[in-house]
Design a protein around this ligand. Structure first.
Ligand SMILES: C[C@@H](N)C(=O)N[C@H](C)C(=O)O
Ligand SMILES: [Zn+2]
Length: 215
């Protein structure tokens, strides 16, 4: 039955959804490689909820990212963005994948040293800041678009991806810190387990996990 309150709740959700921005319109020169739209990711398939290869973020986070991007550009660098807003149904898809012990197709590339049962929590969240529209995954490139060497690839679920892992070279550490310092200065918090993952601290909806599809 459609009640007054269910219609009202849907309206509030839609209003909040309208506060999300397509980041490409704010950062027209940034690079985007939205992995979960494609099969080029740790699941090996397009992920639920990604009907388009867009980077959506809540507008407060997007404006902060624009500030960070300007700093990167001043240093002769660019952003390459891998993931932004992530619908809860996409997170649920990840969790289903984690819980399927028979599917090990991407193990060698993405989690060679861990069991799937060790990924949830640290490397893959069941409730993610990405679903709040306040979090994104990104790296730095040079002015030609070549990714800086960060010592591990995006979504390599391994201690090697921990920002301060001791096995990376001085150059790789300097590159991770270039990214981290640019993001910190714009108000983002880093995540020590994944050098690519940042959350805007003044997030608008710290307790809301959105589930609208990326169209
Ligand atoms: C899956 C990976 N890209 C990521 O974002 N991990 C963190 C922990 C998350 O899922 O929020
Ligand atoms: Zn992330």
């Amino acid at each position: 039955m459609i009640t007054f309150s269910s219609v009202a709740n849907a309206n509030v959700r839609n209003t909040k959804q309208q506060e999300f921005i397509d980041v490409a319109t704010l950062l027209p020169t940034a690079l985007f490689d939205i992995r979960y739209y494609s099969s080029n990711n740790f699941v090996g398939k397009p992920i639920d909820g990604y009907k388009s290869a867009k980077c959506l973020l809540h507008k407060t986070t997007a404006y902060a990212l624009q500030k960070a991007h300007k700093q990167a550009q001043l240093a002769g660098l660019n952003f390459k963005i891998f993931d932004c807003y992530r619908p809860q149904r996409a997170v649920d898809h990840f969790v289903r994948w984690v819980n399927d012990p028979t599917d090990l197709v991407t193990k060698a590339t993405y989690y060679p040293n861990l069991g799937k049962d060790e990924l949830l929590g640290g490397y893959i969240a069941a409730k993610s800041g990405h679903s709040r529209g306040s979090t994104l995954d990104l790296t730095l490139t040079d002015s030609e678009g070549t990714e800086l060497n960060m010592g591990s690839l995006f979504d390599m679920f391994d201690t090697l991806s921990n920002t301060d892992d001791l096995r990376i070279t001085t150059r790789q550490k300097a590159n991770r810190y270039k990214l981290k310092n640019i993001m910190l200065a714009a108000g983002f918090a880093p995540y020590s387990m994944e050098w690519w993952h940042f959350t805007y601290k003044q997030q608008a909806y710290p307790n809301t996990y959105f589930d609208f599809v990326i169209e």
